[in-house]
Design a protein around this ligand. Sequence first.
Ligand code: ATP
Ligand SMILES: O=c1ccn([C@@H]2O[C@H](COP(=O)(O)O)[C@@H](O)[C@H]2O)c(=O)[nH]1
Ligand code: MG
Length: 236
Amino acid sequence: MWSRARTLFLRVLEPPNHNNASLSQTFTPGFSFHTLSHFQEKDGICPKPLITFVLGGPGSGKGTQCAKIVETFGFKHLSAGDLLRREMVSDSEYGSMIMNTIREGKIVPSGVTVKLILREMKSSDNHKFLIDGFPRSQENRIAFEQIIGAEPDMVLFFDCPEEEMVKRVLSRNQGRIDDNIDTIKNRLKVFESLNLPVIDYYAKKGKLYRINAVGTVDEIFEHVRPVFEACEHEAR
Ligand SMILES: Nc1ncnc2c1ncn2[C@@H]1O[C@H](COP(=O)(O)OP(=O)(O)OP(=O)(O)O)[C@@H](O)[C@H]1O
Ligand SMILES: O=c1ccn([C@@H]2O[C@H](COP(=O)(O)O)[C@@H](O)[C@H]2O)c(=O)[nH]1
Ligand SMILES: [Mg+2]
């Protein structure tokens, strides 16, 4: 039963006529796919993927809180930044482009990022996804909807003052090429000009949960917890 459900789920994520969607395929705007909800209505067998976008400025604590959500609620965590960093150090033809883009604090072309996310979703046994740090622009958002054929069920926004974000990033100490003051300044500008409109878009759609991201990790998680408890309750 599960393997049939899984096959069906993967079929939904698979673009028609693109059975082996690879990263080198170019993103074609307007190319449409079956939507996940449409498929579920038709078939009723596969568990509908539950997609949560996790947004917030650099250092707002997205990754830290995602780890706690995974631990408590069993989601699959997909950090777009981590996927890009992994691609960057692989043999990918996009490696140097990704490295330069991250170093400048800019946004990698949507087609590349969405296909990395798609690949992870397809290979996961889980149907509950936390997509961290994506979409970073309206263009990213539209590409996701077109390539994956789905919208998020909910969107978390970790709202944190700039000063606190800068302090956290500068003391992160994980050797990231973008954890320096010049790149942080650019990332904050990109956050304001390109990410905030996405956050605003989901607020208007009634999908946004704004979380106060100031406090200890545990205090913040106590704001996050009820969102997922309510979601579990609804799924019952
Ligand atoms: N509530 C908190 N208080 C203090 N430090 C925190 C808190 N949450 C996370 N941190 C620390 O701040 C740094 C940034 O956190 P994290 O990596 O989770 O942020 P992020 O939003 O994923 O950042 P980025 O967008 O740059 O990936 C990490 O070193 C983390 O340990
Ligand atoms: O969807 C995305 C996600 C990330 N990037 C680039 O990666 C860095 C780091 O991302 P984090 O989420 O902070 O780990 C980001 O500044 C972008 O340069 C991207 O282009 N698209
Ligand atoms: Mg992160």
